[in-house]
Design a binder for this molecule. Structure first.
Ligand code: AMP
Length: 397
């Protein structure tokens, strides 16, 4: 598979699956255009090569077919500004208008198709629908990592209608895949995985898969309390999942057997209420009094975690160490961001992925101090759970 950079689009119509599922306010203004901006280099490269571009995406979750609220027409003006070209629009992603407009497209021109999810065939992965879409372009480019874990018509099924020489990842997707593969298959040791967030149940598969790859696993955030309770500790009213306690013990036993070091917090910042202005104190793990709940890792834990991170050559971070949305409980997550940034500066490869750790890194201004920030929450999680992502497999063949 040639890299996107080496692919020549001269004289070709490139059909690109992008992720333009951007948030819109009541006046249909885009409130966060990061997903659109991310794909501009892909579009620009194709236009510079002398090709033309047909963009397809979903927007929101329309249930009843075409709905004005979910029309991609709302983003055309902004997209034109970002690309620097007047973007044309087809009111339907398949059918006569799309076919005619795609056929008439000249080099340097851009066409955006209406929301793919106006057809239920999209999410069903319908082959006939995918084939209709495929007819619009000469080359298929997938640049939507955020939907790579879905076997939808436009993200995976469509690829079979293009020969391997006529399908490729775009810049966004290629960057995501390369970073993820580097961590998953070519990680330099020591390799630390930092796993946080609210629930063990959401992260169980990723932890299990990482037990075969990482040298160290730091477990923080709300999920740590299930581990403490399972070991007979007192956790007060901290968030936990009783039904996952056996699994937590199993993970600890498996890690021991495999020689993987699990690092749980040794101390916790606890509060008497789930509120930024609650009373707080620091408690050793397993010794949280009744009526108190752990909302962040304590200072000693931060220091210990930082030491592990600074000694690592590969770092994967998914999930915050505490309720970082509240100012008084963000020190643990911030300490991780600082340590990951420092380790990266010292030569480690760091990949941050999953919605909340990405928001944290952005919020603290560390996004350009780590090696790679993944845009695909669910896709990245599934990748590190060891699953094959249909969107990747379809391009690689
Ligand atoms: P996740 O989406 O699973 O990565 O979880 C992220 C969420 O976990 C964030 O909204 C955090 O506020 C929350 N969280 C992290 N630590 C705790 C905690 N100790 N108690 C309650 N919620 C937490």
């Amino acid at each position: 598979m040639s890299s996107f950079k080496d692919f020549s689009f001269a004289g070709k119509k490139a059909l690109i699956r992008v992720d333009f599922n951007v948030p819109l306010n009541d006046a249909f203004e885009i409130t966060d255009d990061n997903r659109m901006r991310a794909t501009i280099p892909t579009i620009t490269k194709i236009l510079k090569d002398g090709g033309s571009v047909i963009l397809m995406s979903h927007l929101g979750r329309p249930k009843e077919g075409p709905t004005d609220k979910y029309s991609l027409k709302h983003i055309v003006a902004h997209l034109s500004k970002l690309v620097g070209v007047e973007v044309q629009f087809a009111n339907d992603c398949i059918g006569a208008e799309a076919i005619d407009k795609a056929a008439a497209l000249q080099a340097g021109q851009v066409l955006l198709l209406e929301n793919l999810r106006f057809y239920k065939e999209e999410e069903k992965g319908d082959i006939a629908f995918a084939e209709k879409l495929s007819k619009l372009g000469d080359v298929y480019v997938n640049d939507a990592f955020g939907t790579a874990h879905r076997a939808h018509a436009s993200t995976a099924i469509i690829a079979q209608f293009f020969s391997p020489a006529n399908r490729t990842f775009g810049w966004v997707m290629e960057g995501e895949v390369m970073s993820a593969e580097k961590v998953m298959h070519a990680a330099q040791k020591p390799f630390v995985a930092i796993i946080g967030g609210a629930k063990v149940s959401d992260k169980i598969l990723i932890i299990e898969n990482l037990l075969d790859r990482a040298t160290d696993i730091i477990i923080g955030g709300g999920m740590a309390y299930t581990f403490f309770k399972a070991q007979g500790g007192k956790i007060g009213k901290s968030i936990h999942e009783d039904d996952r306690m056996p699994l937590a013990l199993e993970i600890l036993a498996k890690a021991k057997a495999k020689g993987v070091h699990i690092h749980l917090p040794v101390d916790n910042l606890v509060a008497d209420d789930f509120s930024n202005i609650a009373n707080t104190q620091t408690c050793a793990s397993g010794e949280i009094p009744d009526g108190w709940e752990g909302l962040d890792v304590g200072e000693k834990s931060r220091e210990q975690f930082a030491k592990v991170i600074l000694a690592s050559k590969t770092i994967l971070w998914n999930g915050p160490m505490g309720v970082f949305e509240m100012e008084n409980f963000q020190a643990g997550t911030k300490a991780i961001a600082v340590a990951v940034a420092e380790a990266t500066q010292n030569g480690a490869f760091s990949l941050v992925g999953g919605g909340d750790s990405v928001s944290a890194v952005n919020q603290f201004g560390f996004n350009d101090k780590v090696s790679y920030v993944s845009t695909g929450g669910g896709a990245m999680l599934e990748y590190f759970e060891g699953k094959t992502l249909p969107g990747i497999a379809a391009i690689k063949g």
